[in-house]
Ligand binder design. Structure first.
Ligand SMILES: C[S@@+](CC[C@H](N)C(=O)[O-])C[C@H]1O[C@@H](n2cnc3c(N)ncnc32)[C@H](O)[C@@H]1O
Length: 410
């Protein structure tokens, strides 16, 4: 087993993501940038090329900028994640943004005054749309989308799409405090008449405000490239990996795809409903994972449920293959920093931190350290029912692990 040290310095009690760099958009299971900033300081990382292969809403790039790095690359299969990250880390002309905001407001105002123009508007079509949105909400969202689509500068347009994405969810019949999609009760629907334009323009102001105060001033000439795809390996290129990978497959842990579904639909993403299947562990394997220290744990799960052991195996097969690609992409002397939680399935706590250290060691790295921190601030459901018994609820994860390895072989 790889040694784990409890390190309270990394608990950041009383702090949240927003304490130092508020996010532009809600996103599940974000990593607080403070962790990365502190570990970079501790390891003396001030330069080099950074990669985040599962970048989500981009906290690794916040860390990179804070520490003065000038080349970063990120990947995520979820287009919403890429939209948020790109918006935060692209420099735009703020005067132009403010002018376009005023124009958008005027255009919407003039447009909705005329009944005829509303009739001509094409409403978005996606499966079961009436179940989730009222006609009025859909119409108003479509007016906003119609005018946002007229913004030609694509970097600026993103600042207008981010609040649209949040408004879509907020104005739908979903329960807002959940990541998965659950509809509000039928009796609540009658009283639910959100002011779509009010919600949107309020969020637009906030988005621009946060961007202007927290991200824009940090945007130097650093090159930050973010793509929506799986990470494609490139030999011996990066110096630092900083990432927080998923804890398990989306279906049974954090449903990133489901959380982002309406946003991705309104952004015109054709595979919006398939995202959870495309993410790590999304395709069910037929054989149990059979290599290294995780095997005993998976066997324990298999004794209770073969199906669950295969679901868990799917995740570890994918994580292993991704670590292989990541490891090859780091130059000798480079470091990998993975921030991860050990989830519980069928009452078995899966040591994903150990798995990560083991796989890096199998791919030319040496384990340097693992810190344990208390998980108080992660934006994710902290409890579930691991044994699937009604009423039995256990805290699944109260700790998180920062696993640091260094590449020692070419
Ligand atoms: C824990 S989140 C990352 C959160 C991020 N650090 C932040 O602060 O927002 C994990 C991310 O991995 C992405 N993901 C899952 N499987 C992936 C894969 N095979 N390739 C790329 N990204 C993946 C998910 O979409 C999700 O955004």
């Amino acid at each position: 087993m790889y040694r784990v040290m409890r390190n309270p310095k990394y608990d950041f009690i009383g702090q949240s993501y927003a304490t130092s760099y508020p996010n532009l958009h809600k996103y599940p299971a974000t990593m607080i940038p403070q962790i990365g900033i502190e570990i970079f300081k501790e390891l003396g990382i001030k330069k080099g090329k950074l990669l985040d292969p599962y970048c989500g809403s981009g906290s690794s790039f916040t860390v990179g900028l804070d520490r003065g790095l000038n080349e970063m690359q990120g990947f995520d299969i979820n287009p919403l994640a890429v939209l948020i990250s790109r918006t935060k880390f692209t420099k735009v002309n703020l005067e132009k943004v403010k002018l376009l905001k005023q124009r958008l407001r005027n255009a919407v105002y003039e447009f909705v005054k005329k009944e005829e123009s509303l009739k001509l508007l094409e409403l978005p079509k996606f499966y079961n749309i009436d179940f989730w949105f009222s006609k009025q909400v859909l119409q108003n969202l479509s007016v906003l989308k119609h005018f946002i689509d007229k913004i030609k500068e694509k970097d600026i347009k993103r600042l207008f799409l981010v609040p649209l994405s949040e408004s879509v969810r907020e104005c739908s019949y979903t329960r807002n405090h959940e990541f998965k999609l659950y509809r509000i009760k039928s009796e609540e629907i009658l009283n639910f008449n959100p002011d779509v334009f009010g919600v949107y323009f309020d969020k637009l102001n906030k988005t621009i405000g946060i961007y202007e105060s927290y991200y824009f001033p940090k945007l130097t000439d650093a090159k930050i490239q973010i793509d929506y795809s799986k990470f494609p390996k490139c030999e011996n290129y990066f110096d630092i990996i900083l990432t927080s990978p998923p804890y398990g497959d989306s279906k049974t842990t954090v449903a990133y795809g489901q959380f982002s579904m309406f946003s991705n639909e309104i952004l015109g993403i054709k595979y919006a409903r398939q995202i959870d299947h495309l993410l790590m562990g999304g395709k069910l394997v037929k054989e149990k994972y059979n290599n290294g220290l995780i095997v005993d744990y998976i066997d324990k799960i298999a004794k209770q449920s073969i199906k669950r052991s295969l679901e868990v195996s799917s995740f570890y097969y994918d994580l292993e293959s991704s670590i292989k690609d990541v490891a090859r992409s780091v130059r000798k002397g480079g470091k990998s920093i993975y921030v991860v939680g050990n989830r519980r399935v069928k009452d078995v706590q899966l040591p994903t931190d150990q798995f990560i250290a083991e796989k890096f060691e199998q791919n030319g790295f040496k384990h340097i350290l693992t810190y344990e921190r208390l998980l108080g601030n992660k934006a994710m459901p902290s409890k579930n029912s691991p044994s699937n018994k009604v009423g039995v609820r256990k805290g699944t994860m109260t700790q998180e692990y920062i696993v640091v390895c260094e590449k020692v072989k070419d």
